[in-house]
Design a protein around this ligand. Structure first.
Ligand code: NHR
Ligand code: GAR
Length: 226
């Protein structure tokens, strides 16, 4: 049965685009059935429409508080009967009620090597800490912000002279390979949340998550080669 995927965004939607392109290029039994944004001006909504995907905004500023907003969001999402909900640059913290409703089929891509740097401004924080490695993580969403079971990470080097902008763009290029891999695992029934643990092919994923790419030594020695 086709896996019905719904994507939540807030901004430019480059991760959404990577998911759309991946589904369009390699046959797999999954379909993005809708894209929702909390901002009507999110560029990602336009990307969805261009791909023929229903795209709508549910603006959080139209609701009194997080509870009523999430209630409205749940109602909109459930009209599409999704089997998988993906947060792709969605910038609103979700209530316990929301994450419980979608438990086991709600994933997020977070721009840090979790458990480091939960929350916002991750690129700046990695630079300020003098980290030599940074990256992005796909995880199941639970009540604990950016604290749910880790699935897969992509690692990038932090280079001399990096700014949050240059570092973010290096991370985002990796994200565009990372999120489609995890989406496919879920579509194929390989990735499941079992008793609070992420499992791949029936085996528990280690708490630190799997790593998609190891830092390539060439890049370390010739950091400007890329
Ligand atoms: N909700 C829950 N319950 N659990 C998670 O793990 C969540 C979540 C909602 C979003 C994405 C997350 C990220 O990848 C995410 C994970 C927004 C904020 C935030 O502080 C923090 C983390 C994430 C997303 N948002 C502000 C808020 O008050 C608004 C910031 C803004 O609008 O710019 O909601 O980073
Ligand atoms: C991505 O880098 C994603 O990891 C990050 O926002 C970017 C969205 O880019 N997510 C968060 O910061 C969530 N708080 P995109 O809109 O181009 O996909």
């Amino acid at each position: 049965m086709t896996c019905r995927i719904l994507v939540l965004i807030s901004g430019s939607g480059t991760n959404l685009q990577a998911l759309i392109d991946d589904l369009g290029s390699n046959p797999v039994d999954g379909e993005i059935v809708a894209v929702l944004s909390n901002r009507a001006d999110a560029q990602g909504l336009e990307r969805a429409r261009r791909a023929g995907i229903p795209a709508l905004a549910v603006d959080n500023r139209d609701y009194a508080d997080r509870e009523t907003y999430d209630q409205a969001l749940i109602a909109e999402i459930d009209r599409f009967e999704p089997d998988l909900v993906l947060l792709a640059g969605f910038m609103r913290i979700l209530t316990e009620k929301f994450v419980t409703h979608y438990r086991g089929f709600l994933l997020n891509i977070h721009p840090s090597l979790l458990p480091k740097y939960k929350g916002l401004h991750t690129h700046q924080r990695a630079i300020d800490a003098g980290d030599t490695e940074h990256g992005s993580t796909v995880h199941f969403v639970t009540q604990e912000l950016d604290g749910g079971p880790l699935v897969l990470q992509a690692v990038v080097p932090v280079l001399n002279g990096d700014t949050p902008v240059t570092l973010a763009s290096r991370v985002q290029r990796q994200e565009h390979d990372l999120y489609p891999v995890v989406m496919r695992w879920f579509i194929q029934g390989r990735l499941r949340l079992v008793e609070g643990r992420a499992c791949l092919d029936g085996h528990p994923i280690p708490p630190a998550g799997l790593v998609m790419n190891e830092l390539n030594n060439d890049m370390r020695e010739h950091p400007y080669a890329s």
